[in-house]
Design a protein around this ligand. Structure first.
Ligand SMILES: *[C@@H]1O[C@H](CO)[C@@H](O)[C@H](O)[C@H]1NC(C)=O
Ligand SMILES: *[C@@H]1O[C@H](CO)[C@@H](O)[C@H](O)[C@H]1NC(C)=O
Ligand SMILES: *[C@@H]1O[C@H](CO)[C@@H](O)[C@H](O)[C@H]1NC(C)=O
Ligand SMILES: *[C@@H]1O[C@H](CO)[C@@H](O)[C@H](O)[C@H]1NC(C)=O
Ligand SMILES: *[C@@H]1O[C@H](CO)[C@@H](O)[C@H](O)[C@H]1NC(C)=O
Ligand SMILES: *[C@@H]1O[C@H](CO)[C@@H](O)[C@H](O)[C@H]1NC(C)=O
Ligand SMILES: *[C@@H]1O[C@H](CO)[C@@H](O)[C@H](O)[C@H]1NC(C)=O
Ligand SMILES: *[C@@H]1O[C@H](CO)[C@@H](O)[C@H](O)[C@H]1NC(C)=O
Length: 389
């Protein structure tokens, strides 16, 4: 090969490498995780163990924020949620590629392509960060009726998850809050924890409400009777706390002694120690709709084997996703699952770029490819360089 051609080819090859390398966007991080609850922290842990650079945004708002203690999370039974998160953060931050920022994300925009994704993430202070993949662990928000006393008692004697809470109030006088059509479902979940149960259906025992109950369980009336459930249909005016289980508890027996008085718009109040609820929950963040993700029945629709959403490069984990589970173990599992999948996906993209867009080219093929790719377009450039010398 003449020296001239050799130099030409060497320039050509280095240009080719440049072109191929450019197909992987230069971003601030490999991954940006939105959400500092157990799903986001688990995703951050998973990517950090394989040294992916990652930034997690923590808005410091958590669905289980008001909850006294976590339960049914092995190794952490009874741990306050804030302690659990703090220990997780401390352990994950020992990995030098892991970063956490206490800030709320305002917007996420795609700046890549489907083949090689990239996103721009802007936080509340207007700072712009870029990453190749996005994990949303943005959670759900419980929509509570504005009944006085309810919000204050949320997670502290009034709760929606009978596994997370409940046991500490076992065998105490119990209430079910929510629509008539949801009462039997709750009874089937809590009947091993409570026997003295009143369902406070708040005026929903109407012909319509009964028809809805019948649609789910034809013999709902007989079943409720068999479990000895009393239905209280009066309209609830307020829920008054009489005693706080935070200060009235027995740690030896794992009992918490909350006490409430339910006031109605008419007649005498009724006292109960704890309640399970059937209220609606909605997406906590507007990011899923901003990104035009498929959100169906208030859940980010994901492929359960990878946690991928229908927008390439965006993953949905934790309570907010559609894989049918809302609890801490699921949040951790789904975060981990997304971390594994997206790491492999990133590596595939990196691998494809290393061997050029066509996979498996030999060095000789690559040289031929480079010569062909340059074609005549670079011939004039070459001439210019020669003249200057
Ligand atoms: C972020 O918030 C956590 C929990 O409130 C706190 O422990 C941590 O110090 C905060 N980090 C920064 C950098 O402010
Ligand atoms: C953030 O920075 C990236 C890369 O420089 C840019 O493409 C994107 O437009 C920026 N986004 C915003 C909202 O400024
Ligand atoms: C009960 O029903 C009333 C009237 O429809 C409503 O304003 C209130 O929020 C409901 N309370 C609960 C606890 O469902
Ligand atoms: C339950 O309360 C609603 C609203 O006040 C009322 O329309 C309905 O008739 C009541 N149902 C029964 C069985 O009393
Ligand atoms: C807690 O319960 C145990 C067992 O019933 C009892 O012996 C103990 O006195 C209780 N402690 C308090 C502070 O009530
Ligand atoms: C309860 O019933 C009311 C009135 O029919 C309805 O607006 C509300 O969405 C129901 N709540 C739930 C959690 O299904
Ligand atoms: C959105 O998800 C629902 C539920 O899985 C599915 O039926 C629907 O086809 C999806 N829509 C799009 C546009 O992907
Ligand atoms: C994802 O689903 C949403 C809602 O169904 C739809 O509007 C959007 O076009 C879908 N996006 C992609 C990339 O398929």
């Amino acid at each position: 090969m003449a020296p001239r051609i050799a130099t030409f080819l060497s320039i050509a090859l280095s240009l080719w490498t440049l072109v191929a390398a450019e197909s992987i966007p230069k971003t601030d991080y490999d991954v940006i995780v939105v959400g500092g609850g157990p799903s986001g922290l688990s995703a951050l842990s998973g990517v950090s163990r394989v040294r992916r650079t990652a930034l997690l945004f923590d808005s410091q708002e958590y669905r289980n924020g008001p909850t006294r203690n976590m339960h049914d999370v092995i190794g952490n039974d009874g741990t306050p949620p804030a302690e659990f998160r703090a220990l997780a953060r401390e352990q994950i931050l020992k990995y030098p590629t892991a970063h956490i920022k206490n800030a709320t994300v305002k917007s996420i925009t795609s700046i890549g392509t489907d083949a090689v994704t990239a996103f721009s993430v802007v936080d509340a202070s207007g700072r712009n960060y870029t990453a190749r993949k996005i994990v949303l662990g943005t959670g759900m928000r419980d929509v509570l009726p504005d009944t006085p006393g309810l919000k204050e008692a949320w997670g502290k004697g009034i709760f929606w998850c009978p596994w997370c809470d409940g046991y500490e109030h076992r065998d105490q006088p119990f209430g079910i809050l929510g629509n008539l059509s949801d009462v039997l479902g709750s009874v089937l979940e809590v009947n091993t924890q409570f026997s003295d149960i009143i369902a406070f259906v708040n005026g929903t025992q109407t012909p319509d409400g009964e028809a809805q109950a019948t649609a789910s369980h034809a013999d709902w009336k007989e079943q409720l009777k068999a479990w000895n459930i009393q239905i209280e249909n009066r309209t609830i005016a307020s829920i008054e706390r009489l005693q706080d289980g935070e200060t009235h508890q027995n740690k030896t027996t794992d009992m918490q002694f909350d006490k409430f008085r339910v006031h109605f718009t008419t007649g005498e109040p009724v006292e109960r120690s704890a309640f399970i609820t059937n209220f609606a929950a909605v997406q906590q963040s507007s990011l899923p709709s901003q990104l035009h993700l498929n959100v169906t029945k208030e859940k980010i629709v994901v492929d359960a084997s990878s946690m991928r959403t229908n927008v390439t490069g965006v993953y949905g984990v934790g309570d907010a996703n559609s894989d049918g589970s809302t609890n801490v173990p699921h949040a951790m599992f789904s975060g981990k699952k997304a971390a594994v999948y997206l790491h492999v996906q990133l590596s595939r993209e990196d691998s494809a770029s290393k061997v050029s867009k066509r996979t498996g080219l030999s060095q000789r093929e690559l040289e031929k490819e480079a010569t062909r790719a340059i074609g005549r377009n670079l011939e004039p450039q070459w001439e210019k360089i020669q003249k200057r010398n």
